[in-house]
Design a protein around this ligand. Structure first.
Ligand SMILES: Nc1ncnc2c1ncn2[C@@H]1O[C@H](COP(=O)(O)OP(=O)(O)OP(=O)(O)O)[C@@H](O)[C@H]1O
Ligand SMILES: [Mg+2]
Length: 260
């Protein structure tokens, strides 16, 4: 089993070639969760990875961040191998199930997150105020996160992901747990990030959001990239229904067991 190595790339912010990842199933049998995945994300692009539960979307993000090691293949993120410290300083990450220290307030958590990036003093305080406003959490900033609702935690998770003003953002199911206003806010924030030239890689089950936000969409199923296309090719009007049809066309829907 060889470790993933960096690949040279001039324009690509993310470049993945032939990535394979095996894990152990419940009965300790090897399970191939990613199988020959190759993809490329250019600077300033918003890339949406969609696919059924268990397709390997979260695994892909974890491999790109260096939180898991690949069994085969190569990965370069911001021109460096996954987990490279200098590259990580330019990356923001909103995990699928963010973890928060429940005894800290939202503001304290963001202070802690900022300090990990070497921020301090007035610059950090200003950044925190700005982010609390961006995610509409000012009124809850001094409450302990143990008392936050799921959507509030998701908003705090996004603020945390943005604390270092990253060039590249990984968002794993960013709309999860958000109410309709929260979802609109999240869309607006991602739009603003795009306008600011940031590169965004996100996993989502919500095809209307993917259609509205992404320049390129990859469809992952059973660890394989079944299809990839520019949103322009799927629907120049960014129509969610067209993306749904693209999804269904490429997914093998197994025969349903019929109860007799
Ligand atoms: N810690 C683990 N140990 C063993 N197998 C795992 C582990 N985590 C995930 N898997 C398996 O890896 C496969 C891919 O999981 P992954 O979490 O990447 O899917 P996903 O596409 O993000 O799904 P979802 O849409 O439900 O979030 C699944 O078969 C899952 O059971
Ligand atoms: Mg997932």
């Amino acid at each position: 089993m060889s470790e993933a190595t960096a690949v040279e790339s001039s324009k690509a912010v993310i470049e993945v070639r032939n990535l394979t990842k095996d894990r152990e199933s419940f009965l300790r049998k090897p399970l191939r969760v990613l199988d020959g995945l190759s993809l490329k994300v250019e600077k300033g692009m918003t890339y949406g990875l969609v696919g059924p539960n268990g397709a390997g979307k979260t695994t892909t993000i974890k491999l790109l961040l260096g939180l898991l090691r690949a069994d085969q293949g190569s990965i370069a993120v911001l021109g460096a191998p996954p987990g490279d410290k200098a590259a990580l300083c330019k990356i923001g990450f909103l995990p699928e199930s963010p973890y928060f220290y429940s005894h800290l307030t939202g503001r304290e958590f963001l202070t802690f997150s900022g300090q990990l990036f070497g921020l301090s003093g007035k610059a950090l305080n200003e950044r925190i105020e700005q982010l609390l406003a961006t995610v509409s959490l000012q009124k809850k900033a001094d409450e302990r996160t143990g008392r936050y609702s799921k959507g509030m935690l998701q908003r705090l998770g996004l603020a945390q992901a943005l604390i270092n003003d990253p060039e590249l953002l990984f968002l794993d199911e960013p709309m999860s747990g958000l109410d309709p206003i929260g979802r609109m806010d999240m869309r607006r924030i991602i739009e603003d990030l795009k306008k600011g030239g940031k590169t965004v890689f996100f996993n989502s089950h919500l095809l209307p959001d993917v259609a509205a936000l992404c320049e390129r969409v990859g469809l992952l199923s059973g660890g394989k990239l079944l299809a990839e296309a520019a949103i322009e090719e799927i629907s120049p009007q960014r129509d969610a229904r067209a993306l749904e049809e693209f999804f269904l066309k490429h997914i093998d829907t197994p025969a349903q067991e019929v109860a007799t």
